[in-house]
Design a protein around this ligand. Structure first.
Ligand code: PLP
Length: 300
Protein backbone atom coordinates (compact mmCIF):
# COMPACT_ATOMS: atom_id res chain seq x y z
CA UNK A 1 0.00 0.00 0.00
CA UNK A 2 2.88 2.38 0.77
CA UNK A 3 5.06 3.61 -2.13
CA UNK A 4 8.47 4.70 -0.91
CA UNK A 5 10.73 6.31 -1.90
CA UNK A 6 8.16 8.56 -3.54
CA UNK A 7 8.81 9.22 -7.20
CA UNK A 8 10.85 12.13 -8.44
CA UNK A 9 9.69 13.53 -11.77
CA UNK A 10 11.15 16.17 -14.07
CA UNK A 11 8.74 18.99 -14.85
CA UNK A 12 9.16 19.96 -18.47
CA UNK A 13 7.74 23.33 -19.30
CA UNK A 14 8.72 25.80 -22.05
CA UNK A 15 8.84 28.50 -19.36
CA UNK A 16 11.48 26.63 -17.34
CA UNK A 17 13.49 25.98 -20.47
CA UNK A 18 13.36 29.63 -21.43
CA UNK A 19 14.65 30.59 -17.97
CA UNK A 20 17.24 27.77 -17.95
CA UNK A 21 15.86 26.10 -14.85
CA UNK A 22 15.92 22.40 -14.02
CA UNK A 23 12.70 21.67 -12.12
CA UNK A 24 11.67 18.39 -10.48
CA UNK A 25 8.69 17.48 -8.37
CA UNK A 26 8.73 14.91 -5.59
CA UNK A 27 5.40 13.09 -5.67
CA UNK A 28 4.69 12.51 -1.98
CA UNK A 29 1.03 12.67 -3.00
CA UNK A 30 1.51 9.13 -4.32
CA UNK A 31 2.87 7.63 -1.07
CA UNK A 32 -0.48 6.28 0.07
CA UNK A 33 -4.00 6.48 -1.40
CA UNK A 34 -5.56 7.73 1.86
CA UNK A 35 -2.69 9.00 3.99
CA UNK A 36 -0.88 11.02 1.40
CA UNK A 37 2.00 13.40 1.28
CA UNK A 38 3.34 15.22 4.24
CA UNK A 39 0.62 13.77 6.49
CA UNK A 40 2.05 10.29 5.96
CA UNK A 41 5.55 11.53 6.76
CA UNK A 42 4.34 13.43 9.80
CA UNK A 43 2.29 10.54 11.15
CA UNK A 44 4.82 7.74 10.68
CA UNK A 45 6.64 8.03 14.02
CA UNK A 46 3.56 9.32 15.82
CA UNK A 47 1.79 6.08 14.96
CA UNK A 48 4.82 4.06 15.98
CA UNK A 49 4.82 5.82 19.35
CA UNK A 50 1.05 5.46 19.79
CA UNK A 51 1.33 1.73 19.07
CA UNK A 52 4.47 0.89 21.04
CA UNK A 53 3.75 3.01 24.09
CA UNK A 54 1.16 1.82 26.52
CA UNK A 55 -1.74 3.85 25.16
CA UNK A 56 -5.42 3.17 24.71
CA UNK A 57 -5.56 5.34 21.65
CA UNK A 58 -4.65 8.60 20.01
CA UNK A 59 -6.22 12.06 20.34
CA UNK A 60 -5.75 14.85 17.85
CA UNK A 61 -7.27 18.14 16.64
CA UNK A 62 -8.39 19.89 13.52
CA UNK A 63 -10.76 22.14 11.66
CA UNK A 64 -13.73 21.03 9.58
CA UNK A 65 -11.75 20.41 6.38
CA UNK A 66 -8.52 19.26 8.01
CA UNK A 67 -6.36 16.96 5.89
CA UNK A 68 -4.63 16.05 9.14
CA UNK A 69 -7.88 14.73 10.64
CA UNK A 70 -8.68 12.74 7.49
CA UNK A 71 -5.17 11.32 7.28
CA UNK A 72 -4.99 10.45 10.98
CA UNK A 73 -8.36 8.72 10.91
CA UNK A 74 -7.34 6.58 7.93
CA UNK A 75 -3.88 5.82 9.33
CA UNK A 76 -5.33 4.80 12.71
CA UNK A 77 -7.86 2.54 11.01
CA UNK A 78 -5.10 0.84 9.01
CA UNK A 79 -2.94 0.47 12.14
CA UNK A 80 -5.75 -0.59 14.45
CA UNK A 81 -5.33 2.38 16.79
CA UNK A 82 -8.51 3.83 18.36
CA UNK A 83 -8.65 7.53 17.46
CA UNK A 84 -10.44 10.57 18.84
CA UNK A 85 -10.64 13.79 16.82
CA UNK A 86 -11.40 17.10 18.51
CA UNK A 87 -13.03 19.31 15.90
CA UNK A 88 -13.23 23.12 15.99
CA UNK A 89 -16.88 24.18 15.77
CA UNK A 90 -19.71 22.92 17.98
CA UNK A 91 -22.23 23.56 15.21
CA UNK A 92 -20.72 20.75 13.13
CA UNK A 93 -21.76 17.10 12.94
CA UNK A 94 -20.20 14.00 11.35
CA UNK A 95 -22.47 14.72 8.38
CA UNK A 96 -21.23 18.29 7.83
CA UNK A 97 -18.82 17.47 5.04
CA UNK A 98 -16.84 14.79 3.23
CA UNK A 99 -13.79 15.02 5.52
CA UNK A 100 -15.78 14.52 8.72
CA UNK A 101 -17.95 11.80 7.16
CA UNK A 102 -14.86 9.90 6.02
CA UNK A 103 -13.11 10.29 9.39
CA UNK A 104 -16.20 8.87 11.09
CA UNK A 105 -16.36 5.99 8.62
CA UNK A 106 -12.72 5.28 9.40
CA UNK A 107 -13.72 4.81 13.02
CA UNK A 108 -12.52 8.12 14.43
CA UNK A 109 -14.66 9.31 17.30
CA UNK A 110 -15.34 13.02 16.72
CA UNK A 111 -15.86 15.54 19.50
CA UNK A 112 -17.14 18.93 18.41
CA UNK A 113 -16.13 21.82 20.63
CA UNK A 114 -16.61 25.58 20.56
CA UNK A 115 -13.82 27.73 19.17
CA UNK A 116 -12.96 28.92 22.68
CA UNK A 117 -12.75 25.42 24.10
CA UNK A 118 -10.76 24.33 21.07
CA UNK A 119 -8.06 26.95 21.44
CA UNK A 120 -7.88 26.23 25.16
CA UNK A 121 -7.37 22.52 24.48
CA UNK A 122 -4.68 23.22 21.90
CA UNK A 123 -2.75 25.41 24.31
CA UNK A 124 -3.35 23.66 27.62
CA UNK A 125 -1.96 20.25 26.86
CA UNK A 126 -1.87 19.39 30.58
CA UNK A 127 -5.60 19.89 30.77
CA UNK A 128 -6.03 17.64 27.78
CA UNK A 129 -3.68 15.00 29.12
CA UNK A 130 -5.79 14.84 32.28
CA UNK A 131 -8.96 14.39 30.21
CA UNK A 132 -7.36 11.63 28.14
CA UNK A 133 -4.77 10.21 30.53
CA UNK A 134 -4.06 7.01 28.64
CA UNK A 135 -4.02 8.50 25.17
CA UNK A 136 -1.19 9.63 22.96
CA UNK A 137 -1.82 13.27 22.05
CA UNK A 138 -0.87 14.60 18.63
CA UNK A 139 -1.04 18.42 18.37
CA UNK A 140 -2.99 20.40 15.81
CA UNK A 141 -1.74 19.82 12.29
CA UNK A 142 0.34 16.92 13.63
CA UNK A 143 3.45 19.02 14.18
CA UNK A 144 5.72 17.64 16.91
CA UNK A 145 9.18 16.06 17.21
CA UNK A 146 7.95 12.78 15.67
CA UNK A 147 6.57 14.65 12.67
CA UNK A 148 9.83 16.49 12.17
CA UNK A 149 11.76 13.22 12.28
CA UNK A 150 9.45 11.71 9.66
CA UNK A 151 9.65 14.67 7.28
CA UNK A 152 13.45 14.81 7.60
CA UNK A 153 13.64 11.37 5.94
CA UNK A 154 12.78 12.98 2.59
CA UNK A 155 16.44 13.97 2.28
CA UNK A 156 17.47 10.29 2.38
CA UNK A 157 15.51 9.78 -0.82
CA UNK A 158 17.39 12.51 -2.73
CA UNK A 159 20.73 11.87 -4.46
CA UNK A 160 21.20 15.23 -6.10
CA UNK A 161 21.89 18.64 -4.73
CA UNK A 162 19.24 21.32 -5.24
CA UNK A 163 19.63 25.08 -5.08
CA UNK A 164 16.00 25.57 -4.04
CA UNK A 165 13.50 23.27 -2.39
CA UNK A 166 9.88 24.44 -2.29
CA UNK A 167 7.05 23.32 -0.03
CA UNK A 168 3.73 24.71 1.20
CA UNK A 169 3.41 26.14 4.70
CA UNK A 170 0.52 25.53 7.12
CA UNK A 171 1.64 24.85 10.68
CA UNK A 172 5.27 24.75 9.54
CA UNK A 173 6.01 21.17 10.57
CA UNK A 174 6.95 20.18 7.05
CA UNK A 175 9.23 23.13 6.47
CA UNK A 176 10.81 22.69 9.93
CA UNK A 177 11.40 18.99 9.26
CA UNK A 178 13.06 19.75 5.94
CA UNK A 179 15.23 22.46 7.49
CA UNK A 180 16.30 20.04 10.21
CA UNK A 181 17.90 17.81 7.58
CA UNK A 182 19.17 20.50 5.21
CA UNK A 183 22.94 20.06 4.97
CA UNK A 184 23.82 20.97 1.41
CA UNK A 185 23.19 24.70 1.29
CA UNK A 186 19.77 24.34 -0.27
CA UNK A 187 17.50 27.36 0.13
CA UNK A 188 14.08 26.32 1.37
CA UNK A 189 11.10 28.31 0.12
CA UNK A 190 7.88 28.05 2.12
CA UNK A 191 4.64 29.13 0.44
CA UNK A 192 2.18 30.21 3.08
CA UNK A 193 -1.46 29.32 2.59
CA UNK A 194 -2.41 31.74 5.36
CA UNK A 195 -3.11 35.44 5.12
CA UNK A 196 -0.78 37.77 6.96
CA UNK A 197 2.91 38.05 7.62
CA UNK A 198 3.12 35.98 10.80
CA UNK A 199 4.40 32.85 9.06
CA UNK A 200 8.05 33.83 9.40
CA UNK A 201 7.97 34.58 13.16
CA UNK A 202 5.79 31.49 13.74
CA UNK A 203 8.27 29.29 11.91
CA UNK A 204 11.18 30.85 13.77
CA UNK A 205 9.47 30.02 17.08
CA UNK A 206 8.95 26.46 15.91
CA UNK A 207 12.61 26.12 14.90
CA UNK A 208 13.70 27.46 18.30
CA UNK A 209 11.37 25.05 20.07
CA UNK A 210 12.82 22.05 18.25
CA UNK A 211 16.42 23.34 18.35
CA UNK A 212 16.70 23.42 14.56
CA UNK A 213 19.56 25.73 13.70
CA UNK A 214 19.40 25.77 9.93
CA UNK A 215 17.70 29.04 8.98
CA UNK A 216 18.22 28.99 5.26
CA UNK A 217 14.60 29.57 4.37
CA UNK A 218 12.54 32.29 2.75
CA UNK A 219 8.82 32.67 3.29
CA UNK A 220 6.64 33.57 0.34
CA UNK A 221 3.41 34.90 1.81
CA UNK A 222 1.69 36.71 -1.03
CA UNK A 223 0.02 33.72 -2.71
CA UNK A 224 -2.64 32.90 -0.11
CA UNK A 225 -5.51 34.00 -2.43
CA UNK A 226 -7.45 35.63 0.38
CA UNK A 227 -6.47 33.24 3.17
CA UNK A 228 -6.67 29.68 4.31
CA UNK A 229 -9.22 27.66 2.34
CA UNK A 230 -10.04 30.62 0.07
CA UNK A 231 -9.81 30.28 -3.67
CA UNK A 232 -10.26 32.45 -6.75
CA UNK A 233 -11.33 31.56 -10.26
CA UNK A 234 -7.80 32.34 -11.41
CA UNK A 235 -6.33 29.83 -8.96
CA UNK A 236 -8.77 27.10 -9.94
CA UNK A 237 -8.14 27.64 -13.65
CA UNK A 238 -4.38 27.53 -13.06
CA UNK A 239 -4.83 24.21 -11.23
CA UNK A 240 -6.86 22.79 -14.16
CA UNK A 241 -4.28 24.05 -16.65
CA UNK A 242 -1.42 22.51 -14.65
CA UNK A 243 -3.24 19.22 -14.30
CA UNK A 244 -3.95 19.03 -18.04
CA UNK A 245 -0.44 20.07 -19.04
CA UNK A 246 1.55 17.97 -16.58
CA UNK A 247 -0.90 15.21 -15.66
CA UNK A 248 -0.38 16.04 -11.98
CA UNK A 249 -3.33 17.01 -9.78
CA UNK A 250 -2.93 19.83 -7.25
CA UNK A 251 -5.10 20.69 -4.27
CA UNK A 252 -6.62 24.19 -3.95
CA UNK A 253 -5.54 24.77 -0.33
CA UNK A 254 -1.79 24.14 -0.41
CA UNK A 255 -0.07 22.70 -3.47
CA UNK A 256 -2.10 24.71 -6.01
CA UNK A 257 -1.21 27.99 -4.32
CA UNK A 258 2.45 27.00 -4.05
CA UNK A 259 2.64 26.03 -7.72
CA UNK A 260 0.90 29.23 -8.81
CA UNK A 261 3.35 31.27 -6.72
CA UNK A 262 6.27 29.28 -8.10
CA UNK A 263 5.28 30.03 -11.70
CA UNK A 264 4.94 33.71 -10.84
CA UNK A 265 8.42 33.78 -9.30
CA UNK A 266 9.85 32.04 -12.36
CA UNK A 267 8.22 34.58 -14.69
CA UNK A 268 9.74 37.38 -12.61
CA UNK A 269 13.20 35.77 -12.92
CA UNK A 270 13.45 35.22 -9.16
CA UNK A 271 15.61 32.14 -9.70
CA UNK A 272 19.08 32.59 -11.25
CA UNK A 273 19.74 30.75 -14.52
CA UNK A 274 20.81 27.12 -14.19
CA UNK A 275 19.20 26.77 -10.78
CA UNK A 276 18.17 23.27 -9.79
CA UNK A 277 14.77 23.40 -8.16
CA UNK A 278 12.79 20.74 -6.32
CA UNK A 279 9.10 21.15 -5.54
CA UNK A 280 7.48 18.94 -2.90
CA UNK A 281 3.98 17.70 -3.71
CA UNK A 282 2.58 17.37 -0.20
CA UNK A 283 -0.63 15.64 -1.30
CA UNK A 284 -3.88 16.99 0.10
CA UNK A 285 -6.03 15.61 -2.67
CA UNK A 286 -8.63 14.11 -0.32
CA UNK A 287 -11.83 16.08 -0.60
CA UNK A 288 -10.48 18.15 -3.50
CA UNK A 289 -13.44 17.49 -5.78
CA UNK A 290 -16.01 18.26 -3.11
CA UNK A 291 -14.15 21.43 -2.13
CA UNK A 292 -13.92 22.67 -5.71
CA UNK A 293 -17.58 21.92 -6.36
CA UNK A 294 -18.70 23.94 -3.34
CA UNK A 295 -16.38 26.83 -4.10
CA UNK A 296 -16.72 27.14 -7.85
CA UNK A 297 -20.37 27.93 -7.25
CA UNK A 298 -19.48 30.74 -4.89
CA UNK A 299 -16.82 32.47 -6.95
CA UNK A 300 -17.61 34.98 -9.67
C1 PLP B 1 -1.30 19.86 5.99
C2 PLP B 1 -0.75 20.17 4.66
C3 PLP B 1 0.29 21.10 4.48
C4 PLP B 1 0.85 21.91 5.62
O1 PLP B 1 1.83 21.25 6.31
P1 PLP B 1 2.46 21.85 7.63
O2 PLP B 1 3.41 20.84 8.08
O3 PLP B 1 1.32 22.04 8.59
O4 PLP B 1 3.07 23.17 7.30
C5 PLP B 1 0.80 21.27 3.22
N1 PLP B 1 0.29 20.61 2.16
C6 PLP B 1 -0.72 19.74 2.29
C7 PLP B 1 -1.26 19.09 1.09
C8 PLP B 1 -1.28 19.49 3.53
O5 PLP B 1 -2.30 18.63 3.65
Amino acid sequence: MVTLPSSLVTLNDPLFKQKSLAVSIKRDDLIHPEVSGNKWRKLKYNLEEARSGNYEGLVTFGGAFSNHIAATAAACRVNGIPAIGIIRGDELTPESNHTLRKATDDGMQLRFVSREEYSLMCKETDFLASSYPRHFIVPEGGTNEYAIKGVREIWEELDQRYDYFLCPYGTGGTLAGLLSGNRKGTIMLGFSSLKGSFATPALTDLLDRFAIHNRSFRMVDDYHFGGYGKVTRELLSFISWFEETHQIPLDPIYTGKMMYGFYELVKRAYFPENSRILVLHTGGLQGKDAFEQIHSKKIR
